[in-house]
Design a binder for this molecule. Structure first.
Ligand code: MIG
Length: 689
């Protein structure tokens, strides 16, 4: 059951699509004791947690699956150093569940800054602070954690479903300069028998970092190159940035100014901020006309054969705001005249370090939203959402019959209907493999099913063992992309010695595509999660409740990846008996049944652990060099049948926008004596693995 409570006059975020009529006063909200601070500008809601209450959620953020013991902020920011000390990343996902003494869910629908102090100031106290402005508070109650998530997902609308090729492996790097760089990437994968479906194009492809342009020197006949890649089953996926370069003669800039589509300052002139192209304007994504206009620009690339995009810098990131930069230069001139002692030196240093993403800059420009002028900071967390929405709405119009790949860096609940997310600029640190895993359930809770991290790590230098271990988690995430920053060590698999290890692991991903795709689409259509904390599946198990480094993936599988340097295995907790498949490739595997309880399980650097639940099966294909080659007509079943197992395998053409779940499902039954029978759409030859 969901109830909405309202404070003041909230900005309509359109996170929720099914809104019940009638509103309740915030003073009637259960669970929380509500406090207004003296000046009435911020609202604080507090809850007294039981000693062992667990808090799930907050989507893309740092720290554990259980969020207790830290303070988090919803305030989308571009900051590439994701340490434990951080409070906010690129996203604002204001949904969490309390499980313990009482069980309930909370969604704070507010596009301004929100703070979640979950046992930080006081170990037993949970406090939600909403910055000035109104908000809607949704309180959920239900029989189980999973059921509450489903109900929440029903009101926020169906999750984005990517084309099936989006489940293939993607190679990316900031720094692929031209056609030949990309050809090389593809050739090295194909020559080594390592599957690949996509190559990402970072800002290097653009002409002077201008959105929707392609540098003609680097890509002389772009549509022909796109076609050349398609002939090899490779999709090129270009990046689109939020900032539009100020340049005379550049049509996006000129049209935007002409029609008043960019964000403006108090005095009515366009706000200027610096990002990659230098001085930029920012499309007012919240304005219906501007959003429509910006979305239609994607057509410039769709028309050249492109069928996927990633939206970047849409917090929006600001290297600097021009007005403040001017003042900063004046200040620097003053510093130049002074002796730089303790005070002045750090004053100068902080001045320069403080140029980016300044609060005051975000308070200096406005949006036209629903016929009202709203200052940016009041709706800050919606910007990335509405940029991606602009693309999503345009795709529905421009490509009504074809799914287009789309994922974004910044997001808010509601954006999950238009695209997925990647989790931004992580680092090549072992701790970030675990962080990747721990974010997944929270993201799923908010409807972000199509997600993944930069495998191998974006910043810093990676190592072969780190990349292998990260891929061993990444083969389960819907978005599976190896991406890294300019200037870091190159991390395509072929930069390292053990090609056969990469071939085995990435090949296993392709064998798992039928299962992953099926679980994904079922989760999307049924408003369910694909990655679940163990406690969501085994709610009565006290030990499962504290597991922070294992996940359930769909209905049949549990994963327990190794994320420690030099480890040759790890401890795993099994809530029930399971069958362990220890894969070196989809063909090379050893199998054992493990009893419920704690185990030390060996896993060498090239080994992936897949645990299958009792009376469950997992379809496995033969693999292929790309998703289009995955052979759905011959499927082998991983199986752990003690009684009888039934599995619903969903499949479709991989492109169509109209999805009919029931007609795409094939029911496979396996009996204890190994008889397999299947009924449904798919004509396949089934064998037991
Ligand atoms: O400030 O386009 O997160 O994936 O490679 C850096 C360059 C801008 C940030 C993205 C990253 C991308 C990079 N971008």
């Amino acid at each position: 059951m969901i109830k909405r409570f309202t404070w003041g006059r909230p900005v309509e975020t359109e996170a929720v699509v099914k809104r019940e009529a009638g509103e309740r006063k915030l003073s009637e909200v259960p669970y929380f004791s509500q406090v207004q601070t003296g000046d009435g500008r911020v609202s604080v809601l507090t809850y007294h947690m039981g000693e062992h209450d667990i808090i799930y959620g907050l989507g893309e953020n740092i720290r554990g699956i259980n969020k207790r013991g830290w303070v988090y902020e919803s305030n989308c920011v571009d900051d590439p150093i994701h340490t434990e000390a951080r409070r906010n990343l690129y996203a604002s996902h204001n949904f969490f569940l309390v499980d313990g003494r009482e069980r309930f869910g909370v969604f704070v629908d507010a596009p301004q800054k929100v703070t979640f102090d979950i046992g930080y100031t006081d170990r037993d106290r949970l406090a939600v602070t909403v910055d000035a402005g109104g908000f809607d508070l949704y309180i959920l109650e239900g029989d189980s954690l999973r059921q509450m998530v489903r109900e929440f997902r029903q009101i926020i609308g169906r999750s984005y479903i990517p084309p099936k090729w989006g489940f293939g492996y993607g190679q990316s790097r900031w720094g692929y300069e031209n056609e030949d760089d990309i050809r090389q990437v593809v050739k090295r994968h194909r020559d080594n028998g390592v599957p690949l479906d996509s190559v990402y194009m970072d800002i290097d492809y653009m002409e002077r970092f201008k959105d929707f342009t392609v540098d003609e020197e680097k890509f002389p006949k772009f549509p022909r190159f796109v076609e050349e890649m398609r002939a090899q089953n490779i999709h090129l996926v270009p990046i689109i940035d939020a900032g539009v370069k100020i340049e005379k003669g550049y049509s996006v800039y000129e049209e935007g100014v002409e029609n008043g589509y960019f964000c403006k300052k108090e005095d009515g002139s366009e706000f200027v901020g610096g990002v990659w192209p230098g001085r930029c304007h920012f499309p007012d994504m919240l304005n219906d006309d501007a959003r429509k206009w910006f979305g239609r620009k994607y057509k410039l690339l769709l028309d050249q054969g492109i069928d996927g995009f990633w939206n970047d810098m849409n917090e929006p990131a600001l290297f600097y705001g021009e007005d403040y930069l001017t003042k900063a230069f004046e200040k620097l001139d003053e510093y130049r005249k002074q002796e730089l002692n303790l005070h002045t030196f750090f004053g100068m240093k902080n001045l320069v370090l403080g140029l980016s993403n300044r609060k005051e800059d975000y308070e200096s420009f406005y949006h036209e939203y629903k016929w009202e002028r709203i200052r940016h900071d009041k709706v800050h967390n919606l910007y990335g959402y509405y940029m991606t929405r602009s693309a999503g709405e345009a795709f529905d119009e421009l490509e009504p019959d074809k799914r287009i790949l789309m994922f974004s860096r910044a997001s808010y609940v509601g954006m999950h209907r238009y695209g997925g997310v990647w989790t931004g600029d992580n680092s090549s640190w072992w701790s970030h493999i675990l962080m990747n895993l721990q974010m997944l359930p929270g993201l799923n809770m908010c409807g972000f099913l199509y997600t993944g991290a930069d495998l191998g790590g974006f910043g810093c230098d990676t190592t072969e063992d780190l990349l292998l271990r990260w891929l061993e988690l990444g083969i389960f995430t819907p978005l599976m992309r190896n991406h890294s920053a300019k200037g870091t060590r190159e991390q395509e698999f072929y930069r390292f010695g053990h090609v056969e290890d990469f071939r085995g692991i990435i090949g296993l991903r392709y064998a798992l595509v039928p299962y992953l795709y099926s679980e994904f689409v079922k989760a999307a259509m049924r408003d369910d999660m694909m990655f679940l904390p163990l406690a969501f599946v085994y709610p009565k198990d006290q030990e499962a409740a504290v597991v922070e480094d294992q996940l359930m993936v769909g209905e049949s599988v549990m994963i327990a990846p190794v994320y420690r340097q030099n480890a040759r295995g790890r401890y795993v907790y099994l809530p029930e008996d399971m069958k362990l498949y220890r894969f070196r490739s989809s063909e090379d595997v050893d199998i054992e049944v493990l009893r419920a309880g704690h185990h030390y399980v060996k896993a060498e650097l090239n080994e992936v652990l897949v645990f299958v639940r009792p009376n469950h099966v997992v379809p496995l294909a033969g693999g292929g060099c790309c998703v289009a080659d995955v052979d759905m007509s011959r499927l082998r079943l991983l199986h752990f049948v003690t009684d009888q197992a039934e599995y619903e395998l969903y499949d479709d053409d991989g492109y169509g926008k109209k999805i009919d779940l029931e007609s795409g499902i094939t029911k496979v039954r396996v009996t204890v004596d190994g008889k397999v029978d299947a009924e449904g759409a798919l004509e396949a030859e089934w064998t037991l693995f």
